[in-house]
Design a binder for this molecule. Sequence first.
Ligand code: HEC
Length: 204
Amino acid sequence: MELNIQNLHIVVVICFLLIYLVKTFLLLSDKKEQLKKFTKTVKIPEMLISLLFLATGIYLLAKMPEMTPLLIVKLGCVLAAIPIAIIGFKKGSKVLASVSVLLLLAAYGLAEANHKKMMSAPVKELSNKNDGKEIYTDYCQKCHGEDGKAGNMGAVDLSLSGLPDSDILALLHSGKNNMPSFSKQLDDTQASAVAAYIKTLRAH
Ligand code: HEC
């Protein structure tokens, strides 16, 4: 479910960016008539896209495990870009329109960087390196939650999972979609320890 929303968000953002890139291009190249025509043509789709942009964005934000600095700067760029774009195109200001598109592009780049960062947990110094619970708290909790039910970033509810050990270990090794690979962080003993721990979170 969350993954579909994430994909939808990305598609919507790309459409939004394309519309603004075309508009900005037309404005910068003084094609006033074409800009008017284009603006009129995309008016309804643009409204829908903006709504979806907002709705999917808010949804995903609520499912973000933590507000990283990258994420905050990204949000700042988006929130600044929108009023600047509205004013820029209303006034036909080339500078403001360009600034808004640049802010949107920057936000897109920051989102990508943030996602990459969320997906690569640093290797941590664990006080008891084979304690499944400690490994879970340090590496898994931000997405799965203390009780396994949080579902951040599209994570599966671990209390409902019936995955056998071999599949858990394979998943920890290779990752899948938004579930990162932990092959660098956890050795085989640690992977088995955390696999045993998450099974204690299952509803009996
Ligand atoms: C960045 C977020 C994130 C972190 C951190 C994370 N997971 Fe996940 N996890 C996910 C997502 C997303 C899925 C769903 C993957 C899919 O099938 O699309 C998932 C799925 C799983 C599943 C599969 C459950 C099932 O029944 O399909 C297990 C088991 C699991 N995670 C264990 C762990 C363990 C153990 C850790 C820590 C070592 C961990 N996860 C850390 C996001 C995360």
